[in-house]
Design a protein around this ligand. Structure first.
Ligand SMILES: Nc1ncnc2c1ncn2[C@@H]1O[C@H](COP(=O)(O)OP(=O)(O)OP(=O)(O)O)[C@@H](O)[C@H]1O
Ligand SMILES: [Mg+2]
Length: 258
């Protein structure tokens, strides 16, 4: 049975999409069967991973709002060898549309993904930077949540809100939801601030924080414009090494749990 991991933090620009794309690709490159779900109306993961090049007519919006199945909307990539459920700006209308539903609006994504859960080893969901029904759907559908934390001022600000949303989802819709791990992103070893944020985050989340951290690395920001993951764009970069290490930590942790 596949494991569903939501990459979430309602704060914008902390590295959710960069992590979702590179984690998904890294898992695919070591032979895991992977589905990347772009659950953000911005569609950054869809563009960055090159799903547009392949072309698609249905998106995750159709899956949520109509009887379109995940399989029908899924795009298969050659490189990285994995599947993507793409997103478009249409998804921004789903929040309002879903809020009109009387029942089951938090479970829409979960119900749809359950049909393909056994087809994959990992399903990675890239969440939007907001705490609305889209995020609630992602968290309700997931086994665990990975939280990227940018090594910046106010890094921990807002995490209290995310943690209370996680607790609410656990209480009402998904008691099994756990924290997969906390990932430090855009780390700059030259700055005192990065080191301080790291210490603070480790003090708060303890062993939940990954040993590896993602450095600030320009290659990571260039890769999506070429529609490539870091493993294709520049394998020797620090960004590539860091995400490869994250992939190893995630696999080790999950194989131990099994
Ligand atoms: N480790 C890094 N080093 C350098 N640039 C990075 C790194 N991680 C992400 N970036 C860049 O920072 C910007 C924000 O990253 P990303 O899109 O992954 O964040 P996000 O949390 O998904 O944002 P949003 O909340 O808008 O969805 C992007 O331009 C990305 O290329
Ligand atoms: Mg994003």
């Amino acid at each position: 049975m596949g494991k569903i991991i939501a990459i979430a933090n309602q704060k914008g620009g902390v590295g959710k999409t960069t992590t979702a794309m590179n984690l998904a690709a890294g898992l695919a490159f070591v032979g895991k069967k992977v589905l990347l779900v772009d659950f953000d109306p911005q569609g950054n993961a869809t563009h960055g991973i090159g799903a547009n090049k392949v072309g698609f007519t249905k998106s995750v919006y159709d899956v949520l709002m109509t009887d379109t199945t995940v399989k029908q909307a899924t795009v298969t990539l050659q490189m990285p060898p994995m599947d993507v459920l793409p997103s478009t700006i249409d998804l921004s209308g789903a929040d309002v549309a879903m809020s009109q539903y009387e029942n089951g609006r938090e479970q829409l994504l979960k119900n749809k993904l359950s049909a393909v859960k056994n087809d994959y080893d990992y399903i990675i969901i890239d969440c939007p930077p907001a705490l609305g029904l889209l995020n609630t759907n992602a968290l309700t559908a997931s086994d665990s949540v990975m939280i990227p934390v940018q090594c910046e001022y106010f890094a921990l600000e807002g995490l209290t809100q995310l943690l209370s949303t996680i607790r609410l989802v656990q209480k009402l819709w998904n008691p099994q939801l756990s924290i997969e791990g906390v990932l430090l992103t855009m780390f700059d070893a030259r700055t005192k601030l990065s080191v301080e944020v790291q210490q603070e985050v480790r003090k708060y989340f303890k062993e939940k924080v990954y040993k590896c951290f993602i450095p600030r690395n320009v290659k990571l920001s260039e890769a999506p414009s070429r529609e490539q993951t870091i493993f294709e764009y520049d394998t020797r970069s620090e960004g590539s090494k860091a995400y490869a290490q994250l992939v190893r930590e995630v696999i080790t942790q999950n194989e131990r749990r099994k």
